[in-house]
Design a protein around this ligand. Structure first.
Ligand code: S3P
Length: 430
């Protein structure tokens, strides 16, 4: 579906409660499946990526009921070793989180199965989970480091592993497998990737100790007792909220409040980066939901200036770069991002795809192997037909560009946004 985004003159105002966090929805669902007893999950994200996890778990013998309108999910847990061998390959669609987290779970449960996904997912690097899983003893075969992966039952053993790249998906995969190993596992990473898995599993009774700073990672002991079921409401997704934070910052006159957004410090890099650019974002009503910090974020339109992003900040805003690039284009001056080669391994090569799209609508972008520079002028020309390249966050970011551009911006494959933020077109009246 091609969508034409027209320049918008009206400010963004009012109150909005973003849909449930994608990372937490995946985890709550999968961990509930591995618990013993019935779990209740409120504000569950009903998106393409979580539907993939739901489908796979049903194939693995897990019963669940989803009230889509209420975003209410009930899951009957089968226990850590209760997953059933599926009759057909598990199709993870476009969801790398589904793929990598399930890989750890099926390796741990000793379930013979094939994990597969969309053409896009088959291009994503899976050697990063295959190598450490094999080092634990898993019997897993890949196709040249990529999906499909074929698992056969094998006992898992202790592992001490340092991830070469900070990744919550890889870390979570290994933590899940480690629960079924016959000794302790230590997993470390070079930066502070999101720690939702550690928090949620610990609350369910897993023996997980996070490493003390400046180290990052966790030590996991074998799980002997059943995991306790969940009864919780999830925070709003800061990665979805980020699109609205940028939109309200660059649309003159805007004043928008986003309710109960997850503000786990491993996810708030976008707030730091936008504030460093002069964005007017304040937080209020701090609370805890599902063991995670949440707050109401109020954002008012503000002029932006360029900034630099590198190091740990990249990890803490890893999903927000497409939206951030629109903010940088609307800022005055040269914004430089480094240490971000990982952006090339996301749903698309986000450096190359966004650079090409931005150039087509009049933005000056320089590409580096590990980042980019944008020479912001405060304005975007627009007047081009672009493509989302099967990447939900590229689709939504290009829509933001269209809202502030002088000429309309058409976006091919726009519907992909429903992978993570189905409500996006309604909130922005697109
Ligand atoms: C996620 C981790 C990140 C992120 C993805 C969700 C997660 O991926 O990009 O959208 O839920 O663990 P990496 O772990 O590959 O960085």
């Amino acid at each position: 579906m091609t969508k034409t985004i027209l320049p918008r003159t009206a400010p963004l105002t009012g109150d909005y409660r973003p849909e449930g966090d994608k990372s937490l929805s995946h985890r709550a669902l999968l961990f509930a499946a591995l618990a013993e007893g019935e779990s209740v999950i409120r504000r569950f994200l009903v998106g393409g990526v979580t539907r993939a996890m739901l489908r796979c778990l049903r194939q693995l013998g897990v019963a669940w009921e989803l009230d889509e309108a209420a975003h209410l999910l009930r899951v009957r847990g089968v226990g850590l070793r209760g997953l059933r061998a599926p009759a057909a390959p598990l199709d993870c669609g476009n969801s790398a989180t589904t793929f990598r987290l399930l890989a750890g779970a099926v390796a741990g449960a000793g379930v013979p199965c094939v994990l597969d996904g969309s053409e896009g997912l088959r291009k994503r690097p899976m050697g990063r989970i295959v190598e450490p899983l094999r080092a634990m003893g898993a019997d897993v075969e890949a196709v040249d480091g990529h999906a499909p992966l074929t698992f056969r039952p094998a006992p898992l053993h202790p592992l001490a592993y340092a991830l070469p790249v900070a990744s919550a998906q890889v870390k979570s995969c290994l933590i899940l497998a480690a629960l079924s190993a016959d000794g302790p596992c230590a997993i470390s990473e070079p930066g502070p990737s999101r720690d939702h898995t550690e928090r949620m599993l610990a609350a369910m009774g897993a023996a997980i100790r996070t490493l003390d700073p400046p180290a990052h990672g966790a030590v996991v002991l074998p799980q002997t007792a059943p995991l306790r079921p969940l009864d919780l409401e999830l925070p709003g997704d800061i990665s979805s909220a980020a699109f609205l934070l940028v939109a309200a910052t660059i649309l003159p006159g805007s004043d928008l409040t986003l309710r109960q957004v997850g503000v786990n410090p491993t996810r708030t890099g976008i707030l730091d980066a936008l504030r460093a650019m002069g964005a007017d974002i304040t937080a209020a009503n701090a609370a805890t939901l599902a063991g995670e910090p949440v707050a109401d974020l109020r954002v008012r339109a503000a002029p932006l200036r360029a900034t630099d992003v590198s190091g740990d900040l990249v990890v803490r805003m890893i999903d927000e770069f497409p939206a951030f690039m629109i903010a940088a284009a609307c800022a005055q001056g040269r914004t430089v991002v480094r240490d971000a080669a990982e952006l090339r391994a996301k749903e698309s090569d986000r450096i190359a795809i966004m650079a090409r799209a931005l150039r087509a609508i009049g933005v000056r972008v320089e590409e580096f192997p590990d980042g980019f520079a944008i020479d912001g002028t405060g304005a975007i020309a627009g007047g081009a037909t672009l493509d989302a390249h099967g990447d939900h966050r590229v689709a939504m970011s290009l829509a933001l560009a269209g809202l502030v551009a002088r000429e309309p911006v058409a976006i091919g494959g726009f519907g992909i946004l429903a992978e993570s933020f189905p409500d996006f077109p309604r909130v922005l009246a697109l």
